[in-house]
Design a protein around this ligand. Sequence first.
Ligand code: NCD
Ligand code: ZN
Length: 341
Amino acid sequence: MKNELILNKPDDMHLHLREGEILGFVLKDTASQFARAIVMPNLNTPVTTVALAKSYYHVIKGYGYNFEPLMTLYLTNSLSKEEIKKAKESEIIHGIKLYPSGVTTNSKSGISSIDSCFNLFEEMEKNDLPLLVHGEVSDPKVDIFDREKMFIDKYLTRICKNFPSLRIVFEHISTKDSVEFVMNASSMVAATITPQHAMLSRNDLLSGGIKPHNYCLPILKREIHQKAILEAAISGNSKFFLGTDSAPHLKSEKESSCGCAGVYSARTAIELYAEIFDKNDSLGKLSDFSSKFGADFYGLPRNQDKIRLIRKDHEIPHQLEFKNNHITPFLAGQTIHWQIS
Ligand code: NCD
Ligand code: ZN
């Protein structure tokens, strides 16, 4: 039995760092494990311009960690082709994120007509700037468990067909349909996988009492989907790589009559993935998933620094202190078997 694991320092290819005081809290957790992260642009004032992305970048760098934020722009209908060119030239912006309007936290400035963005996709393709998608339709009439599949059928298939050279990251996939879609798509299409979608099904959200800390978007699905996501993660297929979608919300805002969507996994992220791969006899494949495939897809050099994990039981804290409130980490109170050392 392996008791030690040395990995090239991993990259988190989908992360919410937020802004203000909570940014410092989150960044400390992420920077202690990851070399880089694709930083989501869904701030209260979304990061819609190169100037906003640059200023957010400098705020993050200002904390002084040995950590590189890989910035993204929030796609809106007012994004111009010039701004896309400028984004590519900036060298700090690595993708443009599409949120269908109203689909998730801070997405009201998102896109209400995806078809009207096709000229922008063309410009992104020309500039080789990846499109990152929150792949769910936001139509409130569509059943929440069907929104991801519907997005593939209604939009993603067409986007891939019309822009064969556009790199696309299908973020935080949650269904078997998405796994199959990505596997059958060209090498320009990849997907990120979160710990929660690989570990949990909707029973962990809804059976035996509602578990608001397992509520995230896309919502957890049936076990058959969870198994497909897990299989994709440990498959060794380079189209699937690590993206936590760690998204902190205050405990009081999750345990509420209208609780926020988002799971905070950054405190133990790489340990959780080690747990997943180990449990499925695939530890040897973790470093490609965590530290190589994502970098390769984004055209970034692989990290050369190393991190060390050891086999050691430890309990995930029940809650983390934050100001006069708390943040509940993913799998709070549960014991995991790998620890960063
Ligand atoms: C994210 C957040 O809170 O910003 N929430 C979530 O449930 N994943 C937004 C997102 O990625 O959908
Ligand atoms: Zn996210």
